[in-house]
Every structure is written in structure tokens, then in C-alpha cells.
Ligand binder design. Sequence first.
Ligand code: BES
Ligand code: MN
Length: 451
Amino acid sequence: MADEVTTRDVRSAVQELMPTAKDELATLVGFRSVADPRQFPPEGCLAAANWVREAFTAAGIGSVDLVETVDGSHAVIGHQPGPPGAPTVLLYCHYDVQPPGDESKWTTEPFELTERGGRWYGRGAADCKGNIVAHLLALRALGSPFPVGIRVVAEGTEEMGTGGLEALVESRPELFQADMIVVADTGNAAVGEPTATVTLRGIANVVVHVETLAGEVHSGMFGGPAPDALAALVRLLDSLRDEAGDTVVDGLENGQQWDGVGYEEAQFRTDAGVLDGVGLVGTGAVADRVWARPALTILGIDCPPVVGSAAAIQPRASARLNLRVPPGMDPTVAQEALTRHLDAHAPWGARVTVEPESVGAPFRARTDGPGYAALAEAMAEAFGKPLGTVGQGGSIPLCNVLAEKVPGAEIVMLGVEEPRCLIHAPNESVDPSEIENLAVAEALFLRSFGS
Ligand code: BES
Ligand code: MN
């Protein structure tokens, strides 16, 4: 059958290209493309952007440009028109990465792709550079001329939430017009389990500052009545959980239920690396808690480190808070509610100020269109199993902007970021078989969607 020939040809083309893909991923991981000039020089991002531009050009995308956005980042934007009457598919990815964090927690260098136990380790190996490589593989396996119009978008500040690309979609929506948008920045439920992500939570971050004293004072001379700012912060943060551990923010609903396929508790424990004997937090099904409800995480606290701390009471302390906002909840409303909650729960009259940080909307994808159907078939073909669906607790604020500005497009979310990748953590890695299978699926999809 013609279809079988296609599948086999695509598979062997991708397999032949896998050594190249590994070299390319090594090059990409080598760019320190953390989009925060306070942490890494901007040259790392620019070099990554230029590499991505050249790679997509070499893969057959005729015009690929760097477009500067309002947050100073460079989006890589490419277009290769398809045959007359053919639909257009937009392939999304991002080339910026999370900072590596404490490098002593990495077994090998974060910016050096290293193979271990069949996985490839490095910051961004999965999120999202592995997805860039999968897009490239799919295009090369097909070869130009492509059966559909292709747009390529590689974002430069996805991990920062500074919204450069969102603003570009607003100001130049013509660059993003497509029938189908493949957002390759999520992952399968597990290695080898083809999965589309159907919902994302949004995000509403704040930094909260607490001030109580004019300056540090001796903890023996003043400890007791003196209002300890760090203790005030601890109390304040604790007001954001109830006795069961569910997130509570005054005025925000927290009893939502997930209506899709669930998330096995044992699987969740394994995926999250929860230690034996340590319980999960909150009430309701795991999927309710991680995909359908708000969740607050304390990302960082400014206070004296253990080594070097003095026996003194702290006059001020700050924390950076990350509120995940479920589908159906407005992230700006959630951020305002969080701000009001923090103001209202300050103990001892401590002075609290709340600085808003990034907000991003949650998202729910449609799964009833022809693009999704074609993709489901291609994923099943490539992985040898039917396509499943999950929610994701993470956020890709761009999805909502695309849904609004490209109203005719179907948006599908997938990628190489399965739970074992440990994205955003030390020792991030990718399973090369996920890159291969995803590239095969994407190539098969592009071919079938074009005919
Ligand atoms: N790839 C992630 C989103 C994601 C996380 C998808 C988990 C699937 C599973 C993305 O790069 C990301 O981390 N986004 C940020 C966005 C934020 C800065 C607005 C996030 O979720 O923290
Ligand atoms: Mn990502």
C-alpha cells in the first residue's frame, strides 16, 4: 500500500538523519540561550537565533528572518508557500531555555549535550531544543517542495514570560496565518505513548516584599516581641494553603474537576520523584489538582543563607510566587486576587508590597477539526499506538494569542517533553526515540494534510 511505503520511507529518512540531529542538538544546547541579560550575555540567544534561522533555511524554508520584538528578543520567523490550494502549517518552538540553576546539581555540564543510559542530557535538550530538531528532521525527511505551506516560528523569550512574541502576533498577525499550528513545546504522557496536550494552565506571578523593622537587630536582645520579617513572610505564605494543603487565594475558586483521562497517583509520584513516605498535597483527583485547579508555588525567597547568617532578626524579606491558573480562570483577575490576599493577610501590621510579574492565559485546544484528525492518525502511525490526550499544568501563554489572532487555525500541542525529561530542573534530558517518532509523525502529518 502507498501509505505503508510512505511511512517506511519517512521512517528510514528520519533514522538516517538521527546522527545529524544529535550533532545539531549538541550545537543548540551549546548556546547559553537564557533570555535574561542579568544572568547570561545576550550573545547566547542571538547565536542560537542565527543558527535556527540558517538550519530552517537549509531545510528548505525560503525566507527566514530574525524579527526583533518589544522585549528585545529575536523571533525566528520563516515562510515557505505551499502548492496552490494547499493548507499552511505553522511549526512553533522556542530556542531560549531556563537557567541551569545550581550547576553542582548537574551530573554533567548543562550546556554540553551528553549521552547517558540512552538519553541525551543538557539544558534545553527537551524544552525546547529537542522540538526544534524534531521539526528540522520532519522537514528534511519530506524534502522540498513541501506538500503544504510551512511557517516556522522559533521564540526567543518563551521561558521569561516577557511577551515579546505575543506582542508580535498582535501587531503582525499576517506572519502567523495558518490552517494548523503545531505547538511543539509539551510532551507525551510517557516515552512511546503518543499524546496531545488539550489544556494548559496559565500563569500569574508576583513578588511580595515584607518589611517590619528599620534594620537588623540582635535576636537575643530583641527576639520575642520584635516583628521578624522573615517569620511574617512565612506566615503570609502559609495563608495560601488550607489544612489539607490545597491552594487558597481569597476570591479564587479551587474545587474544579478534570473531565478527561486522569493521572494515576502512582504514576504521578514516580514522575514527580516524590520520596517514599512523603504524601501528596491537597484533595481531589491528581488530575484535578495538577490540570484543573489553581496551584501556588514559592519560587524563591530572599533572606540570609544558612552559612553566613547572623543571630539577628531580619527587617525585610521577599518571595517570588508562581500561581498556575486553570482553564476558565482569568489570569489578571487571579493576579489581582493574589495581591489582595497578600495585602489582607499580612500579620502584625507588617508592611507588604506586591509587585506584579508575568501573566499568561490558560488554554483549551479544539480537537474536532480536520488537522487534529490527520495528526492523530500520523501520531498513531509513528508510535504504533492510538493518540491519547492529557492536560498540562505548565503554561504557553502564546497559544491564547494565536487562537485569537489566527481564528481559523487549529492548534495542537505536542512534543518531546515527557515527564522523565525533568524540564526546568538539573539534569534535563531527552529520549532520542521521542525525537525520532515525533519527527516521523510530523512528516506523515504534513504529507497527509497536504493531500
Ligand atoms: N514547555 C513549557 C511548558 C510545559 C510545561 C509544557 C510542562 C508541558 C509540560 C514551557 O517552556 C514553559 O515552561 N513555560 C513557562 C511559561 C511562563 C514563563 C509564562 C512555564 O510554564 O513556566
Ligand atoms: Mn518550553
